[in-house]
Design a protein around this ligand. Structure first.
Ligand code: 26Q
Length: 808
């Protein structure tokens, strides 16, 4: 296919508009044009996708299958144009056809098929896998509704449905010919034949899984991969006249199941809830995926005996853990293997990434649910569990260890233990996180099979999160590092370090930030009517709302600042804007209260003339990928203040760093590795370390003592308790910090313990900001050393140490 020029693009777009919407460019809306663009680029990627698949088959390459309940893709148009290397031509063509490129990009809805970090990580890795020429497919569910849209009404979160498919489907191609049948419930019948025990699942409720494929183009390569989203359909449409009573009910059941299964993404990323529908979602996409992989493998090799040599299945947390028993089922029931051979193949094919150490987030499923919904899978899990327990007993001779490491225990199935038993590799997502897995959460398993436990520190797609969204900075980097080499090799950013004393460079960097702040302020004004002051520090905390992430600590400090200002109107010399963005899981009441609190405080400060041009708090509604893309380039301070030991990695921290924001943070997750490359002098560290957190909890932590001793803190908490201008009191949050509520310990996440240290670090931030040169130099060092946080590096590590596949 000949590469596009501006002219041929114009022709292609005009043609698509005519063919699909019967419109000329003059008649087309921005939405029409957005879809036309998607269709044109889709065609290019489709053709390259065919070539990629043919080559992979011909050369019998090993394939990577990345299974994730979530892919937080955001928008794709600019990304795809960028990777296909036609972004300038597309912009020009749109201009020539009478459109503003920016408006067309903005017309695309975010594909929000994810909650946060884990889902966005999967999206970034898709980009890197394609860029590195790794034959890889992502698999997930084609949810009808993505993550809810957040509205703030009277200071509180209201959730609205996200009908992303209305416009977002443009990238998807349904492949009904590759549909798979997924079976739920029913009963098992066993019989002997030829000396073999066979198991068949009868009277199951069957749902058809139809793939909807999205192509993923790499950067600087013709390689194109696929994201396969499974869509449920009833096997055959209801036909009342043909159905006997029993069949009629079954058909109705199947229709209802097909209707419900992919309705909505679970909007919670921190509390495991054993809901039957969630289990159905998991098995639905896992079973369809494994069937699709084994079917293709059979077509190519006519046996499954070499499955593990040609395939690797990476599972994004335990959510797709059922791949282990499902692959066993296919190898045993369909391919006729014995247990040991099937187990050997399975445990050489699957690799598991852990993303959390929070006990309440570890997946545990009620045994009865498995038994009823997935009888054959349950049988296999029981057998895996028995054999695993026997191994542990032989190794440890310690019933306590057996109980701790067991897969089925106390009427529950513990998915992390299933994954450890059934995988060839278990990895954490930052050095500290992996340390905690090895030495605490999975210590016993790690002692038994130490080779399984690996670290792969997370990374982000630096082409999207720097080059694409921050053109000003991109152009400075090109000027200083000699072109666009950094796009394929993020470590080239290091060259920026040598300009640390170059005033022109530092000034230019400051000017770029200034421009980005102004652009963001214009956007905020236009879309929300919020007036931001570009002369103030843009100090940002954006991430899911969770107590361990400690948005409330940020709030306490702002209250302290405000009270200082009350005492002395000249206390603040440097104007400061605190920006928050966060969605709370709909059922997480405390998180919702914290959102309300941020809005109450923002309103109060807004109405106090003392704060004018000094202090502002803004809650940004509906934080999502596309908002992050506007915000990162404009941010100056990055709040990464989780209780040490709780944030597995964090990836927002990396996005800020790459865009030159300075981090105020604890030594948690990937902040530790940021600190290693930056040194203490280029970030603002504070707070207890992970081991100190543990120790304090062991010794007995009494937050009331700190409350009594620290007057500043006491005043803040007392203010919180009675509330602000809107008359809403936050007694509940006050109680939770000082005494604990709802069965949780007082100040579970040690806000009070870290408060003084945090305030002192905030003071260092304000002081550093006053020295413009110093600030810009620190910012430059942050950008220069962010190269290790490129997803390309992470994916290469997976390829070399876990997947054993070659890469570019
Ligand atoms: C589980 C069971 C039932 C319902 C929902 C869930 C569920 C869904 C999503 C549990 C967890 C998640 C998402 C977790 C997540 O995003 N973790 C983050 O992963 C990032 C990528 O590794 C890390 O950087 C973050 O530190 C981690 O919090």
């Amino acid at each position: 296919m000949t590469p596009f020029t501006t002219t041929t693009l114009e022709q292609a777009l005009t043609e698509k508009l005519a063919l699909n919407f019967s419109k000329t460019p003059d008649e087309a809306t921005d939405q029409d044009m957005m879809r036309a663009c998607a269709l044109v680029l889709r065609d290019v990627m489709a053709i390259r996708g065919v070539e990629t698949r043919k080559r992979t088959n011909r050369e019998q390459k090993k394939r990577v299958h990345y299974l994730s309940m979530e892919f937080l893709m955001g928008r794709s148009l600019m990304k795809n144009a960028y990777n296909l290397d036609i972004l300038p031509q597309l912009k020009e063509a749109l201009g020539n056809l009478g459109f503003r490129a920016g408006d067309i990009f903005e017309a695309e809805p975010d594909a929000a098929l994810g909650n946060g970090g884990l889902g966005r990580l999967a999206a970034c890795y898709l980009d890197s896998m394609a860029t590195l020429d790794i034959p890889a497919t992502g698999y997930s569910i084609c949810y009808e509704l993505g993550l809810f849209k957040q509205k703030i009404v009277e200071g509180q979160q209201v959730e609205l449905p996200d009908h992303w498919k209305d416009l977002g489907v443009s990238w998807l191609v349904p492949k009904p010919g590759e549909a798979q049948e997924v079976r739920f419930g029913g009963t098992l019948r066993e019989f002997w034949d030829n000396g073999h025990l066979h198991t068949v699942n009868e009277n199951a409720t069957t749902v058809l899984a139809v793939p909807c494929d999205m192509k993923i183009a790499g950067y600087g390569t013709e390689h194109v991969n696929t994201l396969r989203l499974w869509e449920p359909r009833a096997t055959s449409p209801m036909d009342m006249s043909l159905f006997s009573r029993g069949e009629y009910l079954k058909a109705a059941e199947e229709e209802a199941m097909a209707e419900s299964i992919a309705k909505v993404l679970y909007p919670d990323d921190s509390h495991m809830e054993g809901k039957s529908l969630r289990l159905k979602q998991q098995y639905f996409f896992v079973s369809a995926t494994i069937q699709s992989i084994t079917t293709r493998h059979m077509e190519l090799y006519h046996t499954l005996k070499n499955f593990h040599e040609k395939n690797v299945i990476q599972i994004n947390d335990t959510h797709p853990a059922l791949v282990i028993p499902e692959l066993m089922r296919i190898l045993i029931d369909d391919a006729g293997m014995d247990w040991d051979e099937a187990w050997s193949i399975t445990t050489q094919s699957v690799a598991y990434t852990n993303h959390t150490v929070l006990a309440e987030a570890l997946e545990r499923w009620p045994q009865v649910l498995m038994e009823h919904r997935l009888p054959r899978i349950w049988q296999i899990i029981k057998e895996i569990s028995c054999r695993w327990e026997r191994r542990i007993e032989e190794y440890y001779h310690d019933p306590g260890k057996t109980q701790y490491m067991a897969i089925v225990w106390g009427g529950e199935v513990r998915m992390a233990n299933l994954c450890i038993a059934g995988s060839m590799a278990v990895n954490g997502v930052s050095a500290l996180h992996t340390d905690i897995l090895r030495n605490s959460v999975f210590r016993d398993a790690c002692q038994m099979e130490p080779w399984k436990f690996k670290n792969v520190t997370n990374g982000i797609d630096h082409r999207r999160w720097l080059s694409e969204i921050n053109p000003g900075l991109d152009s400075l980097i090109r000027d200083l590092t000699g072109g666009d080499a950094y796009l394929s090799d993020a470590m080239a950013l290091q060259k920026l370090d040598s300009y640390a004393d170059d005033r022109t460079v530092l000034d230019r960097l400051g000017e770029i930030k200034r421009q980005n702040k102004e652009a963001f302020a214009r956007h905020a004004k236009k879309t929300r009517g919020v007036v931001l002051d570009p002369n103030s520090i843009f100090d940002v905390q954006v991430k899911r709302l969770h107590e361990y992430k400690r948005q409330l600590l940020n709030v306490l400090h702002i209250i302290a600042l405000y009270q200082r200002l009350q005492d002395d109107p000249n206390a603040i010399t440097q104007p400061h804007t605190f920006l928050f963005g966060a969605k709370a899981a709909p059922g997480y009441e405390v998180a919702k209260r914290i959102i309300h609190l941020i809005n109450s405080l923002a309103d109060h400060i807004d109405h106090d003339p003392i704060c004018k041009d000094k202090l502002q708090v803004v809650f940004l509604e509906n934080y999502r990928v596309s908002l992050a893309e506007m915000l990162m380039p404009a941010s100056e301070v990055s709040q990464q203040i989780s209780t040490a030991g709780k944030e597995a990695s964090g990836t927002g921290n990396m996005k800020f760093m790459m865009n030159g924001a300075l981090t105020i943070g604890t030594l948690d997750g990937a902040n530790v590795e940021m600190n290693e490359v930056l040194g203490d002098e280029n970030m603002f560290l504070f707070g207890l370390h992970a081991n100190e957190v543990e120790e304090l909890k062991r010794k007995g932590y009494v937050p009331q003592r700190i409350y009594t001793q620290d007057e500043t803190l006491r005043r803040c908490l007392d203010a919180l308790r009675t509330g602000f201008r809107d008359g809403v009191a936050y007694e509940d949050l006050y109680q939770r910090l000082l005494f604990g509520t709802g069965g949780s310990a007082a100040d579970e996440y040690l806000l009070l313990a870290d408060f003084a240290s945090y305030c002192e670090a905030e003071a260092r931030v304000a002081a550093a900001y006053g020295d413009v040169d110093r600030w810009n130099r620190m910012s430059l060092h942050n950008i220069a050393r962010s190269g290790i946080f490129a997803a390309d590096r992470s994916v290469k590590e997976y390829a070399e140490h876990i997947w054993h596949v070659p890469h570019r």
